[in-house]
Design a protein around this ligand. Structure first.
Ligand SMILES: Cc1cc2nc3c(=O)[nH]c(=O)nc-3n(C[C@H](O)[C@H](O)[C@H](O)COP(=O)(O)OP(=O)(O)OC[C@H]3O[C@@H](n4cnc5c(N)ncnc54)[C@H](O)[C@@H]3O)c2cc1C
Length: 479
């Protein structure tokens, strides 16, 4: 029996990035995807500052090169300037999701991942030391045995359902319709709140994207996209304008159901992206948080498969990523209330507009929109739990790469007296940015986060033992 170390279910952006991360760390991986061909919709078209940094660190600048750069974001429609963020990639990067997926598919392929298209996961059962995946594919039923399974299969995740992940969720209560239409002459509007609902319109290169919500209208149970007539009627109710002369080229409806699993890992099965957390796509967070899940999980799962993960390292994926998505759910729910609520939210909007006038509030919201405020270290100024990006670490041969496959010790002062570590690679570097660091060494994780900062070798040793299983025993064996 051949056991594939990792099977990923779903070749959306999150599954493809995770496949590339595992491949880069020399873990054989198979991705199963029920769609025979890649998706062609624009969907989530906004990459955040942190996502842009991660793409750059993985050599995926081609995607940023073709993206439209926007130095702004918004919170509930209130504009935020992102140009002051401390990042070489400040701002939002606008690129249709099908392009993101195409670039990530190439990344996964380049690092040796196998993508099986036209294969749907239909069953998951526990075997001795592995998981049995039942698939329905072009040649009928098939079985794959996996050391670990990661469900990156979207908001309606089969993996989540088949493996009984605990979920806390709220059903949908509001629906939005949207359409790309040609031949329209209507004015652009960002988030126009009207007594009857919300209207958004933007025309680019002759195509008008309209999005509309009719206040108080129940959510329709749909099996496909809405008819254009529905969009025309909703737009007329909210704005009094007539869209019927236009020709639709794309129609979509989405709603505000939201939820999150209570555990990102159950034994040999994990979830990432929309499979683990889902919400109304306002504020452009879902795709970004999912891609960041993949980067957090990739090296930890690789370390577990290779047998060098410290006990608890794989569980730290849940510990670090669950709070991030929980916070996003709160932010999205607050924005939904402020954008789609009725007259009763006007006083709240007025106060928020006042607060956004304060520099510290603006900076906080801008940092949150850019995904730069998430950290897992101790409170206060300690660099632990932050990404090393702002330190701009440089070695004699150039910037220190922040996307590695194993941890690295960074010596910040010449330390000929310091012995090289027996298991962890050491580099010498200096900081070209950020506040002065009162420390002589850092322990850098493969995802560019600082795991430890200090001067004492004992502290460094303890930090290493939180990442590495020093005796080299496999965590697999204890499952
Ligand atoms: C129609 C639509 C419109 C959206 N619009 C926006 C938007 O405007 N803005 C925004 O920010 N976000 C939007 N989103 C959300 C955004 O696309 C997601 O956050 C993002 O795609 C999450 O990526 P993912 O890889 O986690 O999941 P997905 O992109 O959903 O990928 C999951 C993949 O798993 C596959 N799959 C599912 N079940 C199985 C199975 N049993 N076996 C094998 N394969 C399976 C699916 O075919 C799919 O390819 C939209 C989503 C949808 C579906």
């Amino acid at each position: 029996m051949t056991v594939i170390p990792v099977v990923i279910v779903g070749a959306g952006p999150v599954g493809l990035l995770l496949a590339g991360e595992l491949g880069r760390a020399r873990v054989p991986v198979v991705v199963v995807e029920r769609l025979a061909d890649p998706m062609t919709e624009s969907r989530a078209g906004q990459l955040s500052t942190l996502t842009a940094e991660l793409l750059h660190e993985r050599g995926l600048d081609v995607l940023l090169g073709e993206a439209a750069h926007e130095p702004r974001a918004h919170f509930a429609g209130l504009g935020l300037d992102l140009s002051g963020l401390d990042s070489a990639y400040q701002g939002s990067w606008k690129v249709p999701q099908y392009r993101t997926e195409a670039v990530l598919a190439e990344y996964a392929r380049r690092w040796g991942a196998t993508v099986l298209r036209g294969y749907e996961l239909t069953g998951l059962t526990a075997g001795p030391g592995h998981v049995v995946c039942q698939l329905r594919g072009p040649a009928g039923r098939q079985r794959l045995d996996a050391g670990f399974v990661v469900g990156c299969d979207g908001a309606d995740s089969s993996v989540r359902r088949l493996w009984n992940f605990p979920v806390s969720a709220a059903a949908s209560t509001r629906e939005l319709l949207r359409a790309d239409v040609i031949g329209l002459r209507i004015r652009d509007r960002r988030f126009e709140r009207r007594p009857a609902g919300l209207a958004v319109a933007a025309t680019r290169a002759g195509v008008t994207r309209v999005m509309v919500h009719v206040a108080g209208q129940p959510v329709t149970n749909r099996v496909g996209p809405p008819e254009f007539g529905e969009v025309v009627r909703a737009w007329a109710v909210v704005t009094g304008e007539d869209l019927s002369s236009g020709t639709p080229v794309w129609l979509d409806a989405f709603h505000n159901s939201r939820g999150q699993v209570g555990a990102y890992r159950r034994g040999r099965v994990l979830l990432a992206g929309d499979a683990a957390h889902w919400h109304l796509p306002i504020g452009g967070q879902a795709l970004n948080v999912g891609l960041q899940d993949a980067v957090n999980l990739g090296w930890k799962l690789a370390a577990t498969v290779h047998g060098w993960a410290a006990p608890g390292l794989l569980d730290s994926y849940h510990d670090e990523r669950h709070p991030v998505a929980a916070r996003v759910l709160d932010y999205v729910t607050a924005q939904e209330t402020l954008l789609l609520g009725g007259a009763e939210v006007e006083p709240l909007r007025a106060i928020l507009a006042e607060l956004v006038g304060l520099r510290s509030v603006r900076d906080h919201l801008a940092g949150t929109a850019a995904n730069l405020t998430d950290r897992w270290g101790p409170p206060g100024p300690s660099p632990v739990g932050r990404r090393a990006t702002t330190l701009r670490l440089r070695t004699d041969s150039g910037p220190l790469p922040l996307a590695d496959t194993e941890p690295v010790i960074v010596r910040l002062r010449s330390g000929a007296d310091r012995p090289h570590h027996r298991t962890v690679r050491t580099v010498h570097a200096r900081c070209d940015g950020g506040p002065p660091l009162d420390t002589t060494a850092l322990l850098l994780r493969p995802d560019g986060y600082i795991a430890w900062a200090g001067d004492d070798e004992e502290g460094l040793e303890q930090a290493i033992e939180k990442l590495l299983w020093v005796e080299g025993r496999k965590e697999n064996a204890r499952l």
